[in-house]
Write a protein that binds this ligand. Structure first.
Ligand code: HEC
Length: 147
């Protein structure tokens, strides 16, 4: 009886050990989750134009705030702090305003950019929510452009 019981206990212990999630470490390339609470959820289909800019008002204000932190944790190491490029990657303040800039922005963020088979910029399609991507666009498009 006691033997059986301890076998069960041992099995449970092994099972518990195996179910511990494996922690993947990617050093500083690990994407940071962006807390988009409060932003209007978006449909699965990717919008062609920044939905938070179109919504305006408090949604846009919040998107800019959420985007600032999302930008700092996911994009700043290449595109520069406060969206001011240090030369490693393009200055995102220089993207075109409006729908044309939105489209180009989304294309790059979803697919990244690779050259000779190596990613210079990782694709973010699987890493960030659409809400987070548009929040980051809201932030970069409202940073004052350089003189
Ligand atoms: C590992 C470095 C790296 C990271 C991280 C990175 N990028 Fe990039 N990004 C690049 C490089 C390099 C290019 C230039 C590619 C090219 O020549 O078009 C680029 C290009 C872009 C472009 C096109 C700019 C233009 O002027 O054509 C956009 C938009 C962009 N990135 C947005 C982002 C956003 C938003 C993030 C964060 C979610 C991000 N990137 C994270 C390296 C990076």
């Amino acid at each position: 009886m006691t033997v059986r019981f301890s076998k069960v206990a041992a099995f449970a212990l092994v099972a518990a050990t195996l179910s511990i999630p494996v922690v993947h470490s990617h050093g500083d390339v690990s994407p940071q989750a962006v807390d988009t609470e409060g932003l209007d959820p978006l449909p699965e289909e990717i919008a062609l134009e920044n939905p938070y800019r179109l919504a305006g008002g408090e949604q846009y204000e919040l998107a800019i705030k959420v985007g600032a932190s999302g930008y700092n944790s996911n994009c700043a190491r290449c595109h520069g702090l406060e969206a001011i490029s240090g030369g490693i990657a393009p200055d995102l303040r220089m993207l075109e305003d409006g729908e044309f800039g939105d489209e180009w922005y989304m294309e790059r963020v979803l697919n990244g950019y690779s050259q000779n088979g190596a990613y210079k910029m990782p694709p973010f399609a699987e890493l960030l929510s659409q809400e987070a991507m548009w929040a980051i666009r809201s932030y970069t498009e409202t940073r004052p452009k350089p003189e």
